[in-house]
Design a protein. Structure first.
Length: 237
């Protein structure tokens, strides 16, 4: 977790004027002396200002930062020996849910329908704001994921990576952070890329299981995601 106070060179109790002055000083210095290889520095400076200059975001960050420090202190504390107790029955560790990881549509387009070209033309029409047919209907983007019997028994989740556009988490769509262009989104206010849609399947699922998810949060309004999980009983995975 980044220490935004340290990044801006201010105390945790700094007021808004001090935060703003520190941000202007740091950002101006970077822009005058910047090196393309150090772009992460300005990103950190802008993130710090965006979080600390907003009262609600600062409060949430401060609580998370405080909790992290308490956890680190607890981890550093010396362990105290436990008193000897009567023997107990050892617990049998349960198997954790399965994490299938990220599944990219652009790399696995043979696993879904309709056709590759049709899907990506429609997906990118959301992102690029190209004119879309007025009669365009919301369709299902169908993806099939094959599980082994053990994975189906344990349950878990997959993250389907879908091309989308989201509001910049730093400037929140304002295109700038203070008087400076937002370095995270390049002044666009939004960011395009592949973003995860999380889908879960239950432990002990039946031979087939289907999940549907909207994708409006990715700026996709002409598709909803339908994931079909099935078990490979023949062991052909």
């Amino acid at each position: 977790m980044k220490n935004y106070y340290e990044i801006l060179g201010i105390e945790a109790g700094a007021n808004r004027e001090q935060i703003e002055a520190a941000y202007f000083r740091k950002a101006e210095k970077f822009l005058l002396e910047r090196d393309a290889a150090d772009s992460e520095i300005l990103l950190s400076i802008q993130e710090a200002y965006a979080i600390l200059s907003d009262p609600s975001r600062r409060q949430a960050y401060h609580q998370a930062f405080k909790q992290r420090n308490l956890q680190e202190e607890a981890e550093k504390a010396p362990a105290r020996p436990l008193k000897k107790t009567a023997s107990v029955e050892p617990l049998i560790p349960s198997k954790k849910p399965v994490d299938l990881g990220e599944i990219s549509l652009s790399e696995s387009f043979h696993t879904f329908r309709p056709s590759y070209q049709e899907i990506f033309d429609r997906l990118w029409s959301n992102i690029t704001e190209l004119p879309r047919p007025k009669a365009e209907k919301i369709e299902s983007l169908d993806v099939e994921i094959v599980l082994s019997p053990e994975e189906a028994m344990r349950g878990g989740e997959a993250r389907i990576m879908v091309p989308g556009r989201v509001t910049c988490p730093v400037c929140r769509g304002l295109k700038s952070v203070g008087p400076f262009l937002c370095f995270r989104c390049g002044g666009e206010g939004t960011m395009t890329g592949e973003y995860p849609v999380r889908v879960r399947f239950p432990a002990g699922m039946p031979s087939a299981y289907t999940v549907q998810a909207a994708m409006d949060h990715l700026g996709i309004h002409n598709f909803y995601l339908t994931v079909h999980f099935r078990i490979d009983e023949e062991g052909d995975l």
